[in-house]
Ligand binder design. Structure first.
Ligand SMILES: [Zn+2]
Length: 179
């Protein structure tokens, strides 16, 4: 099973869940944004938390927001570049900030085109590549809603490979699957 977390807004919440998982002997991949108003991965406090997540045995990946390059009122990128080049560039920066290799990427609110592109990014695993959706049973809590009964599916053992995405900030209460 691939257990994946996109850190959309809270590093402290991510660290809390990373600690809970480590206590349970679970290792997962934590995808951090580089371009976000919610946190700065290069700040001292963020670096501390990212390092701690790694020390717990987890992996840090890049959460890539393609919209950051076309946001209204945003600064135009100084060079024309492809999505693949932008991902590699951001991964290098994140690796520098984290002091560890960053070899996996997940997309933040990907467009349909990006979802369908099956991007091949040199030296990186694209968790939005077709393999991870076609060869794995994909389950996600995006928009705070499981679309299928995730616990039943895990217990049922029907699928040999699972790809599960959760967001650590959906935390107020247990949010069961609802039909
Ligand atoms: Zn996201």
């Amino acid at each position: 099973m691939i257990l994946r977390h996109d850190i959309d807004n809270s590093l402290p919440q991510a660290l809390r869940l990373a600690e809970i998982e480590a206590n349970e002997g679970v290792k997962s991949t934590w995808f951090a944004l580089l371009r976000t108003d919610f946190y700065n991965p290069a700040s001292a406090s963020a670096q501390k938390m990212l390092r701690r997540i790694r020390e717990l045995g987890h992996e840090i990946g890049l959460h890539f927001d393609e919209m950051a390059y076309s946001r209204e009122g945003g600064i135009e990128p100084c060079a024309n570049s492809s999505t693949e080049e932008r991902v590699v560039h951001e991964a290098n920066i994140l690796a520098d900030v984290c002091g560890c290799p960053v070899t996996t990427v997940s997309m933040h609110r990907p467009s349909k085109a990006t979802l369908e592109a099956d991007l091949e990014i040199p030296g990186m695993v694209n968790s939005y590549g077709k393999t991870f959706f076609h060869d794995f049973k994909y389950l996600s809590d995006s928009r705070r809603r499981w679309r299928e009964p995730v616990e039943d599916i895990i217990r049922g053992g029907e699928y040999a490979r699972l790809h599960i995405l959760t967001h650590a900030f959906w935390r107020r209460r247990v949010y069961p699957f609802r039909q």
